[in-house]
Design a protein around this ligand. Sequence first.
Ligand code: ADP
Length: 495
Amino acid sequence: MSKTFVKKSVKQVYLLIQLKRFGVLATNLIDQRTNIDMNRIVLKLGGTIMVLFLIVLLPLGYVANQILTNFYYSQVEDEIVELSEKYAQTIPSLQDENILNMYRNLAELTNKEIYILDESGDIVINSGVVINNLSEEDFSMMSKGQDLQKMFVDDQTDISYLGSGYPIIQSGQFAGGFFVLAPIDEIQEPIRKIRDLLILSAVGAILLALGFTFLLSKRMSRPLLEMEQATREIAKGNLNISVNIPSNDEIGSLGKTINNLAVETNRYRSNRREFLANISHELRTPLSYINGYSQVLKQGLYQTEEERIHYLTIIENESERITRLISDLFDLSKMEEGQFDFFMETINLSKVLENAISKIKMAATNKGLVIKKHVDENRHLIQADKDRLEQIFINLLANAVRYTEKGAVSVKVWQEDNKVHVIIEDTGIGIPKGELPYIFERFHRVEKSRSRELGGTGLGLAIVKQLVELQNGTISVNSEIGKGTSFQVSFPNAE
Ligand code: ADP
């Protein structure tokens, strides 16, 4: 194996390791990103609160710092002005060494520097400071009796001082200048300490705010993430899900809405399933009759002509039932989707009811039933579609005749509280109390075989309810087993 080959291989392995490392790093980064994405609300909320915090804190800090600095400077300035004035006024002689030393000691006691010049600007005494920026102009102003406040710089140490100089007047003559100096560093020291304290408390406050923001946004985002997860599950079709958000605010109400959505969608799904199962069942029964009897006819399995006619009549009846079922279903779905056209006009309800009764009369008479009418003398004007209104009455009257063996069907019409009321009552088999809340549902039948035997599709009352409500009316039912049933329909009066 050549040396270069080994080198190359080692290089390749190294490259591979690096690539793998990069891959792991990239995956970690992506994971972190999704994590960040997932908690984006935490970042947004946290960021906003932090920005607000800084907007308030920074100017506040700046102003506090300014106030503090000015306060300290003016305090020290007042002090040195007062001292220099006092010293300049009280110094009896510039020649007496003892007196000069006394002033130097005084300055030391008050932690200040002193600097005395004679009338020609030469230094008489100083406490170690040699200032270099006292101009001739400054001095001549002083010799004219003016005091002076400015920043001075020590010639040797380059230390800055805040200084105040006062002219010394002896026997009415300018005898020199007395300067009291305070080192800037010393003034700045307490300011710096307070500033450090301020910064420390600001950092503490920011950290506290950060922690608080993090907790708050976590608290806020947790239910949101939970709800997001729940809606994803709902979208996937997992409807047995519910979120538990106990708060009473908007987020809580959103959680409740999501729970309701899941419940409603679940109900809708099982309704639809039930509905499809019902339809296939309803179609299968007549189709099996048609199929069976047509086989019988095809194979000539009948004895008499009468028998043949009987089988043909069954086939005819069952195909009619399928046609009725399909047309009822079509009407119902159109009504539920709001695509059923109504030709609304002002009509006399009694007249429409009269027509419906005349159409049902024959079936009633065939069963030995009478239809009694109790209609008051008013004109019962309502806003409705004549044909759809007639359909309501025909369905209710047909049911009354269908489920009554003996007695009568009575119809009552009257006007009350700006409404026209109709009651269709029978003396039939009645409906059990527990069934009453469901009888307006599609395909709900108290006795399935009986209804089918009597030609019902199980859609009549569902259609009636839709038709009544779409024409601004209301419908209610009362019933007692073995005694009879009464349906009351009410419409707003059109007069
Ligand atoms: P159907 O076509 O089966 O009559 P409907 O929707 O018209 O369907 O009625 C639903 C169920 O309500 C019926 O199957 C029957 O059990 C019950 N029902 C309706 N009207 C009456 C009535 N007047 N007396 C007794 N039961 C009734």
